[in-house]
Write a new protein. Structure first.
Length: 633
């Protein structure tokens, strides 16, 4: 043991050495001499013995117990920095305290420019005589970096600083200190940070870390950095969401709660998108949002391709339908259903043009499923004309009264057209009767009952509840799912999204890449994102196929009209496109490649935060889709 309190009776000039004197006033009944007699030296550095080869400080006395501390100089060896690179330190687990001290001092710009110019001259000279391709590559890379740096300094886009960092870890036992220190050092080595233990200088380094050292840090412990790089070293610059109300979704990387309010007045609209690879936790995150949103009066409708939301909706006493005729929950929905709409002036009308375009897109999808070559320009026009003619035959116009008829006693809803009615109309059209009508027949009751699930009046009703869902999982043919997704989405839009503008609503379309495969469907979905704000509905598209989502220009239109983006773990093949479209930093992109399940980035307008979606134990039983886990009522 080496005591650093050489003269305890003499008042030390530095405040860190006055603690012994202050303690004598805080313990009545004890004199300073008595405290000194029962307490070991207040602060000393442990010299390593033969068993454990490390130095550390021991702070404390017999009254309060000892605490053990060790400090390291951190040296960054990478070529670039990024926001979040110190998450491994912030989120480190263990029964210990972790502190990080960053010291910066500005450099003289003229001296820096002169030194850079000299280094460039040396490198250019070496380059002219170097024949080794590998070494030439290294020299050229350094020349490029230096020239870029000089350019930024010339226009005052950056300044340069000497930066040093100290990591201090303390615990109530040396074993705990060593354990967390090993974890941090191992994690940080992967991002180019090396640790140099301040052996024989632990006290001096600790004093520097708490701002009591008057000396300068050794040059070899410093790194020259530009302003933007130095800023990444400050942990309070990590951002976050400013929402203080709404739904509690989980916690950020600093274990702070993350609240989200899609109807925040600062947002242009309440729409969102959720992107992530299979198994990244997309549906888990949306389930948390759905159930907790219901407590705020938000009603949710879900188009559910894989029956992932059934237990959740049933637990919320919501209606749930299955489009498979073999299911006990079978319900039919009719793509030709239309409802009243409200224009900007508050007047009711029937948006018959929107309904015609949606039906047209469905017929196109059915035809493309069988033979896409049949859709010539002439055929497309004929299909659209028969859709308009069909509604005219049923007396349905833009007038809301056209949706009702008088049965002798009161006004009742008219029967809506169905697919069979449209098929029979096609049989009489010269451009459709030979090629298109036989294809459409395959989806009607005139051909196969199994495929006629979309040919008939709607039998599914939306009871008053906090949520409802439509499942596509049990459709007999896999190629029927894209058709079912679009039909269900359009029907829910008519029956749910357009209704009651005073109620906040959310429409969730899982596996929404199915709606982006063809231009007509993509246009319809983009239009729902444009119109949803006025209907008080939040559109939420979920997909693992980011590249598919951007094949048509409407994909970008949807992204621009969705202020809220949830980004979970991404595929390597998608990360470049994701990073570009969402303006992600290099560190954010790297984070998404290796993010744990249920962990990602939440971007809301100009704000963003790392988020770990967190459910309660009871919620987790309802939300988990891991193999082997199921809900038992």
């Amino acid at each position: 043991m080496i005591s650093f309190l050489k003269n305890k009776k003499k008042k030390a000039q530095n405040s860190s050495f006055t603690l012994k004197e202050e303690e004598s006033h805080s313990h009545p009944g004890f004199t300073a001499q008595e405290l000194e007699a029962i307490s070991p030296p207040l602060l000393h550095e442990k010299i390593p013995d033969a068993k454990v080869n490390d130095y550390y400080l021991e702070i404390g006395d017999n009254l309060f117990g000892a605490r053990y501390m060790k400090s390291w100089f951190m040296k960054f060896h990478g070529r670039t920095t990024w926001v979040g690179m110190f998450d491994s330190i912030i989120l480190s687990d263990g029964d210990a305290a972790v502190d990080m001290t960053v010291t910066i001092s500005p450099q003289e710009i003229d001296l820096v420019m002169a030194r850079l110019a000299l280094r460039l001259a040396i490198l250019n000279s070496e380059l002219s005589s170097e024949n080794n391709p590998a070494k030439r590559g290294d020299i050229l890379q350094e020349i490029s970096d230096l020239e870029g740096k000089m350019g930024r300094l010339r226009v005052n886009a950056e300044k340069t600083y000497n930066v040093s960092s100290v990591l201090s870890v303390s615990a109530d036992a040396p074993e705990k200190l060593r354990k967390i220190a090993r974890t941090i050092i191992k994690r940080m080595s992967s991002v180019g940070v090396r640790f140099h233990s301040a052996d024989t200088r632990q006290l001096e380094t600790w004093r520097h870390a708490i701002g009591l050292s008057g000396g300068d840090i050794d040059k070899d412990k410093q790194r020259e950095m530009e302003s933007s790089n130095a800023a990444d070293f400050f942990l309070f610059g990590y951002g976050g969401l400013s929402h203080r109300r709404g739904v509690l979704l989980g916690f950020d990387h600093l274990n702070r709660p993350v609240f989200y309010d899609g109807w925040d007045a600062r947002l242009l609209n309440q729409h969102m998108v959720v992107f992530g690879q299979s198994g990244s936790g997309k549906s888990y995150a949306v389930k948390i949002l759905t159930r907790r949103s219901s407590l705020l009066g938000i009603v949710t409708g879900i188009v559910d391709p894989e029956e992932e939301y059934k237990l959740l909706i049933q637990s919320m006493d919501g209606a749930y339908a299955d489009l498979s005729p073999n299911s006990p929950h079978f319900a039919q929905i009719n793509i030709y259903d239309v409802e009243e709409d409200i224009d900007d002036a508050g007047n009711q009308f029937v948006n018959i043009d929107e309904s015609c375009k949606a039906v047209r897109a469905l017929i196109f999808k059915m035809v493309r499923t069988i033979d896409p070559h049949l859709l010539t320009g002439r055929v497309k026009v004929a299909i659209y004309n028969t859709v308009k003619e069909l509604y005219q035959n049923f007396g349905i116009t833009s007038d809301p009264d056209s949706l009702f008829t008088f049965d002798g006693q009161q006004l009742v809803r008219k029967d809506m057209p169905i697919l069979s009615d449209h098929y029979e109309l096609m049989l009489r059209h010269p451009d459709l009767q030979n090629d298109i009508a036989p294809v459409i027949k395959m989806f009607t009751r005139h051909d196969s009952p199994e495929k006629a699930i979309f040919d008939g009046p709607s039998t599914f009703s939306l009871k008053k509840g906090k949520a409802f869902g439509i499942s596509l999982k049990n459709l007999e043919e896999e190629w029927m799912k894209p058709i079912g997704t679009f039909i269900a989405t359009k029907w829910v839009w008519e029956k749910f999204a357009k209704k009651d503008k005073l109620i906040k609503k959310r429409l969730i379309i899982d596996e929404s890449q199915f709606c982006m495969e063809e231009e007509e469907e993509a246009k319809w979905l983009e239009n729902s994102y444009r119109r949803g704000r006025k209907l008080n509905v939040s559109m939420c598209a979920i997909t693992q196929g980011f590249e598919v989502f951007l094949r048509v220009p409407q994909g970008m239109g949807i992204l621009k009209n969705a202020p809220t983006k949830v980004l979970l773990r991404q595929e390597k093949m998608d990360i470049e496109a994701v990073a570009g479209k969402f303006d992600l930093a290099e560190g954010e992109a790297r984070f998404l490649l290796n993010a744990d399940q249920g962990v990602g980035i939440l971007k809301v307008d100009n704000e963003s935060t790392i988020i770990r979606f967190k459910a309660t134990e009871k919620e987790d039983v309802l939300y988990s889709t891991k193999p082997g886990e199921s809900y038992v009522a």
